[in-house]
Structure formats: structure tokens, C-alpha cells
Design a protein around this ligand. Structure first.
Ligand SMILES: [Zn+2]
Ligand SMILES: [Zn+2]
Length: 155
């Protein structure tokens, strides 16, 4: 699948664990590292494929369990990326700043967007409703700029 503009600045898993005072099993650490180093959003079978290079005996069921607990710990995020590539979910390591995802429903490209407006929106929601936001996930779908241009050429 086509994946572009994936932010490089992921928080190191080790740093996050230190902050939380947590320890991880080797399996979870390997899986967290795979996502940390990935240049794109990965689905569970792809996480398995990459993690198996370090842990050949790993099974998909273990990967799913590890992803679940890393998600609960706030180390990784789960996305559906508008399901343009089927029903699977995708995973990524948390970034320093929350970002939005835009998926092109025509070519399948995924863009990560950081925008001060998103930060402002979060602050406003907390202020107005008295919430404490811990997770903010916004997924957008439509046509990317090059697909928009192509569609304009045709019509
Ligand atoms: Zn596109
Ligand atoms: Zn992302």
C-alpha cells in the first residue's frame, strides 16, 4: 500500500516506559520497537513479519495481544485509515504531538497532518467541557491533491 509523509519523530519506547515506570516483556518491546522504527503505518500481519526477524517463533495471536496492551499503555495508536485497504487496523507509535490522518480514498495514500488548529481545538474542548484529553484521534478521508487534480482533468 502507498504510505507517505509518516512523521519520523516518534517518542522512544524506552523513554515512555521510564516515564510510566513500566517494564515490558521482550515480545512487547520487540513489537513496540518495530512500530517505532517503521516508516509507515503497519497492520498486524506486517508487524508480525518484521518482529519475526528478531523473534522467529512469534505468532499472530501474540502480536494482537501485545498490540492490545501497548495500546492500553498509550505507547501505540490504532487507526482504521478509512478502511481503504480492507477491514484491518493499522498501528503506529505515538508521536510527541497528536496528528490527524488523511487517507485518499482513490489512491490509498495516507498523510499525517500536524496543525496548530488541532491543538487549539483540543484546548477549547477541554476548557469548554472540563474534560481532560488523553487521546485525540482524527481521521479524514477524501481525495488527495494529486487525485483532485486528476479528477479535474477528466471533467
Ligand atoms: Zn490520491
Ligand atoms: Zn500516523
Amino acid at each position: 500500500m502507498v504510505l507517505t509523509k509518516h512523521f519520523k519523530e516518534r517518542r522512544s519506547v524506552t523513554t515512555q516506559l521510564r516515564e510510566h515506570g513500566l517494564r515490558l516483556t521482550r515480545q512487547r518491546r520487540v513489537i513496540a520497537d518495530v512500530l517505532q522504527q517503521a516508516g509507515e503505518h503497519l497492520d498486524a500481519p506486517e508487524v508480525l513479519r518484521r518482529a519475526q526477524q528478531q523473534m522467529p517463533g512469534l505468532h499472530l495471536a501474540t502480536v494482537y495481544r501485545a498490540l492490545e496492551s501497548l495500546k492500553k499503555l498509550g505507547i501505540i495508536d490504532e487507526l482504521d485509515l478509512m478502511h481503504v485497504n480492507g477491514h484491518g487496523h493499522f498501528y503506529e507509535a505515538r508521536t510527541n504531538k497528536d496528528h490527524m490522518h488523511f487517507t485518499c480514498q482513490r489512491c490509498g495514500s495516507v498523510f499525517e497532518i500536524q496543525d496548530p488548529l488541532f491543538e487549539k481545538l483540543k484546548t477549547q474542548i477541554m476548557d469548554r467541557h472540563g474534560f481532560t484529553l488523553r487521546v485525540a484521534r482524527l481521521e479524514l478521508g477524501g481525495l488527495c491533491s494529486s487525485c483532485t487534480a486528476k479528477i479535474k482533468e477528466v471533467t
